[in-house]
Design a protein around this ligand. Structure first.
Ligand code: GYE
Length: 337
């Protein structure tokens, strides 16, 4: 825990430092592995051209993430080439290839799954274009294929969700789990973190687990099947890898004549406004925050990389845990996503 707090503090200081840093470079930058050989113009001399490949619009988190990136690009006068893959990883690979062809200054993307990026990232590397991963990590042979990863610690988020549930139930819960997109970093790591934490409590077990693809409608459908199954009546808790699936599950639980938030405790991840409203209504019990507003950090980082500064390999975002006791109408209204 102390290590995590230290990490968060360091990340916060780093965030502050990058916000406060003056725009002008102080010395001649040394070329980094991913930067092109040609001299980089001063940021004001030419418009920065950035290609961004987004996964799609599967959740409220994703829509807030897209808005943050587009708004920040517009605010800074960055020429953003935004491509929406509509949930198809092949479209992401195609978009990245087209960014390479256009010789953009930097490529950023939110990888749908962990696997499948080696070849295209080697192409970007050969072309000398820096690649910034946002939100999700990839598995590649050589970590030099990307410059940095800006995003959350998903294992820790899963652990926090389990910690909250263990406390709320005194370590006794029969749990159904709604997993995120198969093969995606948040689905893999949120499962891992949650399972590691409940392993400390012999009275807690997951008896149903299936993917709801991070989507509200799918979360509802899978939860309906959980409730209809022979084990359905035994369930006392639901863990959803994101809020949208939890919100779908709330509808399923209500239709099945049970009380979400009371008969079945619900904990999820993201902290979007609708989840806060559900906590206010008493149907959702807890949401572990995962910050989608990555636009400012992304463009700060790209500007630093283009100036030849060294950036850390993982730039983490600061996040909290909210349960009903912390949620008022004012908190819901003040929520930014
Ligand atoms: O939790 C979920 C979204 O990768 C952190 O993707 C992101 C996840 C987020 O669809 O709602």
């Amino acid at each position: 825990m102390r290590r995590v707090i230290g990490y968060l503090l360091a990340a916060t200081l780093l965030g502050l430092a990058s916000c406060e840093r003056p725009a002008a470079p102080s010395s001649t930058p040394a070329p980094t592995a991913g930067s092109p050989v040609k001299p980089t113009p001063a940021p004001s001399a030419a418009k920065l051209v950035v290609g961004f490949s987004q996964i799609g619009a599967e959740s409220a988190w994703r829509s807030a993430n897209t808005a943050s990136i587009k708004d920040e690009a517009a605010r800074r006068g960055v020429d953003l080439k935004f491509s929406d893959a509509q949930g198809d990883q092949e479209n992401q690979v195609r978009a990245i290839r087209s960014f390479i062809q256009q010789r953009v200054d930097a490529i950023a993307f939110a990888p749908k799954t962990e696997d499948g990026w080696q070849a295209v990232l080697e192409e970007a590397h050969k072309a000398g274009i820096p690649v910034i991963l946002t939100d999700r990590l990839v598995k590649v042979d050589n970590p030099d294929l990307y410059t940095t990863f800006i995003g959350s610690d998903f294992v820790e988020e899963g652990r926090r969700a389990a910690e909250w549930l263990a406390k709320a139930t005194s370590g006794n819960a029969v749990i159904a789990e709604l997993q995120g997109t198969p093969g995606s970093a948040p689905a893999i790591d949120r499962k891992k973190g949650f399972e590691a934490e409940i392993a400390k409590h012999p009275g807690m077990s997951i008896i149903k687990s299936q993917s709801g693809n991070f989507e509200r409608a799918k979360g509802k459908e899978v939860c309906e099947a959980f409730l209809r199954s022979p084990e359905g009546p035994k369930l006392t808790a639901l863990y959803a890898h994101n809020d949208d699936m939890a919100l779908g599950a709330i509808q399923a639980i209500e239709s099945a004549g049970r009380r979400p938030g009371r008969d079945i405790l619900i904990v999820s991840i993201d902290g979007v406004r609708d989840a806060f409203q559900a906590m206010l209504d008493g149907t959702l019990n807890c949401s572990v925050e995962c910050n989608p507003l990555l636009g400012p950090q992304l463009f700060d980082t790209i500007e630093r990389v283009k100036r030849g500064e060294k950036v850390p390999k993982h730039i983490q975002t600061e996040e909290g845990v909210y349960d009903q006791s912390r949620v008022t109408a004012e908190v819901v209204k003040a929520r930014r996503y």
